[in-house]
Design a protein around this ligand. Structure first.
Ligand code: FE2
Ligand code: FE2
Length: 349
């Protein structure tokens, strides 16, 4: 994969600097936006995504030594401050619109962590993307959904793996068990990322890593960046596990709907396999993540409970924003009856 396209002055300055190589004498000046705009600022989000990608598979057109370059780490830290601030604002705003149950859980009320967690997730109201895919999304719209999700699913579980050395005891063992499953139980070709690549191929989309990074908007980038932000900082280990638990707890039923939607729209059985696999897997992962990881984590470190719930809310709110962006585009399209810009499609199902 090559560096993505710049989307504004921050990413342009950053990518020009990165192309020059760590030994060049060029300087990097990054002008920041207002922090509260960070979740909607595609320029900031693509810059942050690229800086995080240095720790995953990086880019073919830049020097690998950039990963630990002090200047880039300083820029990343500034972007993360803006991101962190915006996350807290978004959670606060979203909570105002949610039910009293969600609001009460966010400030940790009585009961054990697991029951509070399940109440919080169960009461959270997000956009009905899965119902839309199941019921009436067109094949083109389902491809848009798949390419948006490809940014995460082609590196599925990787950001959470960073938490393994940061926790201990039963919580660590449970996280390893969950991740082992995400990585296909040691069977070559069976990692969930590879299963999703098959879905993309079957849908006539490009399954190469990062193929659609230039086509996704700020909500998709933010939903991905939050996992790297939590995963790369030890101090956010609680939020990382809360995010993971909320992700798993909101996956099984939607995956049933996605699989049904793909079949309804004429996609192949092989295309639906990834979602079929997650109906059962994520029902198990949900229990593992909440009861065996998060509950055990707070037994050893009770101060992490608020972070776990914060991470869970970040997952719910950012995934809702990602889904809402897609639905809004589909609704605009329906209203105007004019063609929307199609994703790059390399074939047909
Ligand atoms: Fe998975
Ligand atoms: Fe899972």
């Amino acid at each position: 994969m090559k560096l993505p396209q710049a989307r504004g002055p921050i990413s342009r300055a950053l990518f020009d600097y990165m192309h020059d190589g760590p030994n060049a004498k060029s300087s990097l000046v990054v002008r920041m936006c207002r922090a509260s705009d960070a979740l909607d600022d595609v320029d900031l989000q693509i810059a942050l995504w690229a800086l995080y990608e240095l720790h995953f598979r990086s880019f073919d057109d830049i020097d690998e030594r950039w990963e630990w370059d002090p200047t880039l780490l300083a820029v990343r830290s500034k972007l993360e401050d803006a991101f962190d601030h915006a996350l807290h604002e978004a959670i606060r705003d979203a909570l105002k619109k949610q039910s009293a149950c969600v609001q009460a859980n966010a400030s940790t009320r009585g009961g054990d962590l697991a029951s509070r967690f399940f109440e919080l997730v169960g009461a959270f109201e997000g956009p009905a993307l899965a119902q839309r895919v199941q019921r009436d999304a067109s094949a083109e719209q389902i491809r848009e959904f798949l390419l948006s999700r490809s940014i995460y699913h082609l590196k599925e579980a990787d950001a959470q793996t960073w938490a393994i050395p940061r926790i201990s005891g039963p919580a660590k063992s449970a996280l390893v068990e969950l991740q082992f499953d995400e990585y296909g139980n040691g069977i070559a070709g069976q990692t969930h990322a590879e299963l999703f690549a098959i879905t993309l191929d079957e849908a006539g989309l490009d399954s190469s890593y990062g193929a659609y990074i230039d086509e996704v908007g700020a909500p998709t980038l933010a939903a991905n960046n939050v996992m790297s932000f939590f995963g790369l900082h030890r101090r956010h280990r609680g939020a990382a596990m809360g995010h993971l638990a909320a992700f798993e707890a909101t996956s099984s039923l939607p995956c049933r709907r996605y699989a049904a939607g793909l079949r309804r729209a004429g996609f192949s059985e092989a295309a639906a396999d990834y979602f079929d696999e997650h109906i059962e897997a994520d029902a198990v992962h949900e229990q593992l993540a909440v009861r065996a990881i998060c509950v055990n984590l707070v037994k050893g470190e009770p101060q992490l409970e608020a972070d776990i719930l914060f991470g869970a809310l970040c997952c719910l709110v950012l995934d809702s924003r990602q889904s809402a962006e897609l639905i809004a585009r589909w609704d605009d399209h329906d209203d105007s009856a004019t063609p929307v810009q199609s994703p790059s499609v390399v074939g047909a199902p």
